[in-house]
Design a protein around this ligand. Structure first.
Ligand code: WQD
Length: 340
C-alpha cells in the first residue's frame, strides 16, 4: 500500500482528499498544525472510510520538525501539500505571516521531498494566479497577473519555487492544481467547511444566514458588467476537487506526466453569478434567503471560470456535480453541524 503524506489534511479540501485517497487504497499520513482546523475532523474521516489516518500535529514552519518527520518516513511515495493560510483579506493585513507560513513551509517540504526515492508533489494552487483574466473561460496558458493580495502572491511564488526546483532536481515531479471556488461537503455530512469566525466566502455565509447565525447576506456589488450585475465564479464541489488530487497523484506515480512541472485548472467550466448561487440555494433548500445589495468588495475580479479542456483530456478528470448538488450538500452539512 503506497504511503501518501497530506499536509493540512484536517482542512476543508485536505480532509475530503484524505477520504478519496483512502477510498483508492492509499495509506495516508496526515500533518496539521490545528491553527485553522479541528482534530475532530479525524473522527469524521474515520467514520466515512473506516480507516483512521496517522495524524501528526506539526508546525511546518519548524524546519527541524519537518526534517525529523521525513527521517521517520523515508518510504513516502507522494506528498499533497495543502497546508497554508488562505484568507485573502487577512493576508493584506498580515503579509509577513502569509509569506512565512505559505512559503517557508513549502521550501522545507520540498527540501525533504527531493530526498525521497519517489519525489512526487501535488501543490494546492489557485485561480487567483490569473487575477482578472482577459478571456473567459480561463486556460492554463492565460498569463498570470500581479496578485491582488499577498495570499494570491504566495500561490504564484509557490508555483515558481516548485518549477525552479523541478528544473534543478532531475527526479522531482510536480503538479500544481489551480482551484476555482471549492464549495459543498461530503454527502455523509460528516466532514465539510468549518470557517472560523465570520465566513469570508460566499457559500458558508449563505448557509449560516439560512441557519440563523447571520442576519443577512451582503451581495458585494450588482453593478458589474455581467449577466445580472454580480460577479461570476466557477463553483466546484469539494469532492470533485478532492478526486482531482488523487488522479493527479496517480499521474505522477505512474510516470504519465509529460513534463516535470504541470499545471491544471480544476473547475466545472461553468460561470455562476452571486445571484445564481443564491437562487440555487433557495431551490435546493426551499428557503428564501435574506440578502441585500452592498458596495463592491475591494480586490474582487469581475469574472473567473475555468476552461477545463486540459484537465478533462490530459488529466482524465471531469467535475461530476452541478451547482445545485454542491449547494444541497453545503446546506445538509450546515444543518448537521447546527443540529437543525
Ligand atoms: C465569491 C463571490 C464575492 C461573500 C476566494 C479566494 C480563492 C479561494 C476562494 C482560497 C465574490 C461574493 C462573497 C459575501 C458576496 N480561497 N461574496 N458576499 O473571492 O472568488 O475566492 O475564496 O483558496 O483563492 O480568492 O470567493 O466566496 O469570497 O467570493 O457577495 O459575503 O461572492 O464578492 O464575487 P473568491 P468568495
Amino acid at each position: 500500500m503506497k504511503k501518501i503524506l497530506v499536509t493540512g489534511g484536517l482542512g476543508f479540501i485536505g480532509s475530503h482528499t484524505v477520504v478519496e485517497l483512502q477510498n483508492e487504497g492509499f495509506e495516508v499520513l496526515l500533518i496539521d498544525d490545528l491553527s485553522n482546523s479541528s482534530e475532530s475532523v479525524l473522527d469524521g474521516i474515520t467514520s466515512i472510510t473506516g480507516k483512521k489516518p496517522t495524524f501528526t500535529k506539526l508546525d511546518l514552519k519548524e524546519r527541524s520538525s519537518v526534517e525529523n518527520f521525513f527521517k521517520q518516513h523515508e518510504d513516502i511515495s507522494g506528498v499533497i501539500h495543502f497546508a497554508a493560510s488562505k484568507a485573502v483579506g487577512e493576508s493584506v493585513e498580515k503579509p509577513l505571516l502569509y509569506y512565512e507560513n505559505n512559503l517557508n513551509t513549502l521550501i522545507y517540504i520540498l527540501k525533504e521531498v527531493i530526498g525521497l526515492k519517489d519525489s512526487n508533489i501535488i501543490f494546492s494552487s489557485s485561480c487567483t494566479v490569473y487575477g482578472q483574466a482577459e478571456k473567459m473561460p480561463i486556460t492554463e496558458q492565460a498569463p498570470t497577473q500581479p496578485a491582488e493580495s499577498p495570499y494570491g502572491n504566495t500561490k504564484q511564488i509557490g508555483e515558481e519555487i516548485i518549477k525552479d526546483t523541478c528544473r534543478a532536481s532531475v527526479h522531482l515531479k510536480a503538479i500544481a492544481l489551480r482551484y476555482f471556488n471549492p464549495i459543498g461537503a461530503h454527502s455523509s455530512a460528516k466532514i465539510g467547511e468549518l470557517p472560523i469566525g465570520v465566513p469570508q466566502n460566499l457559500v458558508p455565509f449563505i448557509t449560516q444566514t439560512a441557519a440563523g447565525l447571520r442576519d443577512c447576506l451582503s451581495v458585494f456589488g450588482d453593478d458589474y458588467p455581467t449577466k445580472d450585475g454580480t460577479c461570476i465564479r466557477d463553483y466546484i464541489h469539494v469532492v470533485d476537487l478532492a478526486k482531482a488530487h488523487v488522479i493527479a497523484l496517480k499521474r505522477l506515480l505512474n510516470k504519465d506526466n509529460t513534463s516535470n512541472f504541470e499545471t491544471f485548472n480544476i473547475g466545472t467550466g461553468v460561470g455562476s453569478s452571486v445571484l445564481e448561487v443564491i437562487k440555487s440555494f433557495e431551490n435546493v433548500s426551499g428557503k428564501s434567503l435574506n440578502y441585500k445589495i452592498a458596495p463592491r468588495r475591494e480586490g474582487d475580479v469581475i469574472s473567473a471560470f475555468a476552461d477545463t479542456e486540459k484537465a478533462n483530456t490530459k488529466l482524465g478528470w471531469k467535475a461530476q456535480s452541478s451547482l445545485d448538488d454542491a449547494m444541497r450538500s453545503a446546506w445538509k452539512w450546515e444543518q448537521k453541524i447546527r443540529n437543525l
